[in-house]
Structure formats: structure tokens, C-alpha cells
Design a binder for this molecule. Structure first.
Ligand code: COA
Length: 194
């Protein structure tokens, strides 16, 4: 297993990883009316907007994990709302309560603007398939992205983790993140890049 920069050929693997870890860390295949819903919000915009801040774990055959970053959340949110979401929204009418809330959140341009966004301007998503978990690769991906952000002069990075995803919360604490805020939607955690 090795960590390398994202390449366009990884796109389908990134989609697969996103779906198979999308239910609070568990497989979300078939959970929504389209399996494209989660990747269209939480993965593909990132490799489209800032592929240079995407890194994958390569098992020699395919990508089995990734970390995806947006350096400037304010700019990313603006682009997501005006340049990205309109291109995929039609695919996702939002059926059922859970899906409707995901779609409503995606369509809200302010959803990414956490209170501490200026102190932690970047945000990230990290997901590893079960075969890649528990081997120190998640920590290495965090180091890789925070290093790339620090090189660009970005002082801090944050993320939002589901309230029910207690395993991921424990991981983030272990790799230097602290809780910044929390509500029913999840826990906001942040870390300085230096
Ligand atoms: C959460 C996730 C990214 C962690 O990556 P990982 O490669 O499994 O974690 P690592 O092996 O790098 O662990 C790094 C450190 O965190 C600790 N850690 C990891 N999971 C933990 C847990 N559930 N409880 C306590 N500590 C944990 C490890 O013990 C390790 O500590 P050390 O480096 O001091 O020895 C990965 O398991 C994953 O992708 N899970 C499914 C998808 C998901 O939930 N993504 C997050 C969505 S917000």
C-alpha cells in the first residue's frame, strides 16, 4: 500500500470508496435512491476543484482510500453552489427524510461556513475501505494533506463528522484534531497545519 497524489484514473475508485464508507463509516450502497448522491456531494467536487489536494492509497491495483481537501472553504462553497451543484442537482430530487435533508444541506451555500472558518480555512474528507483501515494509513494521509496545506500557507483545517461516527471521532482526536462545535448534524473538529 502506498500513498500517492490523485490521478484522473482514480475517479471511479474514489466514487466506490465514498459509497462504501458513506453510512457513518459503513457501506451506504443502496441507501439512497441513487448511489451517486454521496460522491456527487462529498467526493467528486473535490477531485474536480482541487485535484492537487487529493491523495489516494494505492494497493497496487486500485485506490482503496483517499483524503480530499479544499484549501479555502469560502471559495469552495461559492464554487460548489454556483458551478458544481447545478450540474448534478437534477439527478437528486431527494426522496425520503434522510435524502431530503442531505439534498437541502448540499443546496445551501452557507452550510460549509462554520463559525471558525477563518481560523481553519481548509476542510477535508477522508475514507478508507475496510482492507486499508487500522494500519496507520489514515494518519499518514492526514499528515500528507496537512503538509500540503502548510506549504500553501493555510493555517488550519477542519472537518465535520457524523455524531454517530464515534470511531472516526476517536481517530481524529488521536491525530491532533479538537472539537470546535457540535449539533445534531455532527461534530466540527479542527487542527492547525503547522
Ligand atoms: C476513520 C479512518 C479514516 C481512520 O483511518 P485508519 O487508517 O483506520 O486509522 P490509523 O490506523 O491511521 O489510526 C491512527 C491513530 O488513530 C487511532 N485510532 C484509529 N481508529 C480508532 C478508534 N476507533 N478508536 C480509538 N483510536 C483509533 C489508532 O489507534 C492510531 O493511533 P496511533 O497512531 O497513536 O497508534 C478509517 O478507519 C476510515 O476510513 N473509516 C471509515 C470511513 C470513515 O468513517 N471516515 C470518516 C468520515 S468523517
Amino acid at each position: 500500500m502506498r500513498i500517492r497524489p490523485y490521478e484522473p484514473r482514480d475517479r471511479a475508485d474514489v466514487v466506490d470508496i465514498c459509497v462504501r464508507t458513506g453510512d457513518n463509516g459503513q457501506d451506504a450502497t443502496g441507501l439512497h435512491s441513487s448511489d451517486d448522491l454521496l460522491p456527487d456531494i462529498y467526493a467528486l467536487p473535490y477531485v474536480t476543484h482541487e485535484p492537487e489536494l487529493a491523495f489516494v492509497i494505492d494497493n497496487g491495483e486500485r485506490a482503496v482510500g483517499y483524503i480530499l481537501g479544499a484549501a479555502d472553504t469560502r471559495a469552495f462553497a461559492e464554487w460548489f453552489s454556483s458551478g458544481w451543484w447545478p450540474t448534478v442537482a437534477e439527478k437528486h430530487p431527494g426522496t425520503g427524510e434522510l435524502e431530503r435533508s442531505i439534498v437541502a444541506s448540499a443546496a445551501n451555500p452557507k452550510r460549509m461556513l462554520i463559525a471558525a472558518v477563518d481560523e481553519y480555512p481548509a476542510h477535508l474528507h477522508i475514507d478508507l475501505l475496510p482492507e486499508a483501515q487500522g494500519q496507520g494509513l489514515g494518519r499518514r494521509l492526514i499528515d500528507t494533506l496537512t503538509g500540503a496545506l502548510a506549504e500553501r500557507g493555510v493555517p488550519g483545517v477542519h472537518l465535520v463528522v457524523g455524531a454517530a461516527n464515534t470511531k472516526a471521532q476517536a481517530f481524529y482526536r488521536r491525530v491532533g484534531f479538537a472539537e470546535l462545535a457540535s449539533d445534531a448534524g455532527g461534530v466540527v473538529m479542527g487542527r492547525k497545519t503547522a
